[in-house]
Design a protein. Structure first.
Length: 127
């Protein structure tokens, strides 16, 4: 029995798709991190524009730490090769807000805010 030959590639088990995002936000639970991606688009009368949120990915905290490592590594590599990556003032993260009254005496909340303020300062210094 003769087999027919074909140049067709086998169908992948899972569909793969790609999307563009220039904006990101996150939500957290004790179990995982939800990352939502969107595209900032110009809008008449708006100095910044409007975000079209289109994709959400949820990952466990262990993977979030690994992702953080690879993101930092890749940013460092690109900046070593081409120089600092510019971040327009309009999209730079704001300074962390003061703690709300209900959390003012919470030691964990105070420590997290101190870390967030330091990270924000370090981020701005890296630009």
């Amino acid at each position: 029995m003769e087999e027919s030959q074909s140049n067709e590639q086998p169908e992948p088990e899972h569909e793969h798709w790609a999307a563009y995002a220039n904006t990101v936000r996150s939500k957290i639970t004790a179990w995982d991190l939800q990352i939502e991606f969107g595209q900032l688009r110009p809008e008449l009368g708006s100095p910044i524009g409007k975000v079209d949120w289109h994709t959400e990915i949820t990952i466990p905290w262990g993977l979030a730490k690994i992702l953080l490592y690879y993101l930092q590594l890749n940013v460092m590599a690109i900046e070593t090769e081409v120089g600092k990556i510019p971040v327009p003032k309009e999209v730079q993260p704001p300074e962390p807000p003061p703690l709300i009254a209900e959390l003012a005496a919470n030691e964990t909340a105070k420590k997290v805010r101190e870390l967030a303020v330091r990270m924000h300062k370090d981020f701005l210094a890296s630009l």
